[in-house]
Design a protein around this ligand. Structure first.
Ligand SMILES: [Zn+2]
Length: 271
């Protein structure tokens, strides 16, 4: 799942296409514990699972090493994550197709085998077990990506395009339940940051200003809301989402409007 972090820019492009096409209604309600980053990871994991379970990759299972049974990686993942007790589906045994060209014999899977994998995967995709797997993956990957503010900045920049693109007329017509989250001008309303979100950001950024690295843990009430800054500002279509927050000292917070770069890629050493 490191791939998600490494290739996040590529997937963001697809996410942008998706959100522009279908809107970003899921991302709009404020301060969801199922954060924008969780949703993004599930979206990417779903694409990767579809690609990895089309019959290209096979995993052996069963107790008989002489006659191994094969399944798709999804089944193995469900067992690894404890969502299923055992592999519940075997790739049907279809004889491979041999073709000879210029004296060389090529052995390929029969199309029926790929079709069977594809159909099984598409059926599984609708199950609770598959949803559970995506949630387990998103919790795991979130743990790594939440600390990477450049990933968060890129994600929220992409999402902000959709916020600024969608008109209030559209929101009122299609998602009247979401109107309350917007200002009149179609940006997110400024609201109190919940304590759990402040706590998460304070500990992630370890009480230091993310810009100048000043230790602000002793200077101010650590949970005073003044120090919690939207990485992509609300005025630019940023979301009220814990993954769009960072800790800033008062000086850097006041300066931020003049700066172009909304976050810092300099990280504090752990020790
Ligand atoms: Zn600072």
């Amino acid at each position: 799942m490191q791939t998600i972090a490494d290739n996040h820019i590529n997937y963001l492009r697809e996410l942008e296409a998706l959100t522009l096409e279908f809107g970003i209604s899921e991302f709009i309600p404020h301060w969801q514990k199922d954060t924008a980053l969780h949703k993004f990871i599930r979206y990417v994991a779903d694409i990767m699972l579809e690609d990895g379970n089309s019959g290209k990759y096979k995993i052996s299972f069963g107790d008989d090493p002489v006659h191994p049974k094969w399944t798709i990686p999804l089944e193995a993942a469900l067992v690894t994550y404890g969502i299923q007790d055992e592999v519940e589906w075997e790739i049907p045994k279809v004889p491979p197709i041999e073709t000879t060209r210029d004296g060389i014999t090529y052995v390929n899977d029969a199309p029926e085998l790929r079709d069977a994998c594809y159909e099984y995967f598409q059926w599984m995709r609708l199950t609770q077990a598959y949803g559970d797997l995506l949630h387990r993956i998103s919790d795991e990957v979130f743990f790594v990506m939440f600390t990477n503010r450049v990933v968060l900045q890129n994600l929220h920049k992409y999402l902000s395009f959709s916020v600024t693109e969608s008109s209030m007329d559209y929101v009122e017509a299609e998602h009247p339940e979401l109107v309350k989250f917007y200002t009149k001008s179609g940006r997110m309303r400024r609201t109190t940051i919940p304590m759990w979100a402040r706590r998460a950001i304070f500990f992630r950024d370890r009480g230091l200003c993310t810009e100048c690295k000043k230790d602000i843990s002793g200077l101010l009430n650590p949970f005073s809301k003044e120090n919690y800054d939207h990485i992509v500002p609300l005025a630019e279509g940023g979301l009220n989402d814990v993954t769009n927050l960072q800790l800033l000292c008062e000086g850097c917070n006041n300066e931020k409007s003049a700066r172009l770069e909304p976050t810092s890629n300099r990280y504090q050493r752990w020790f």
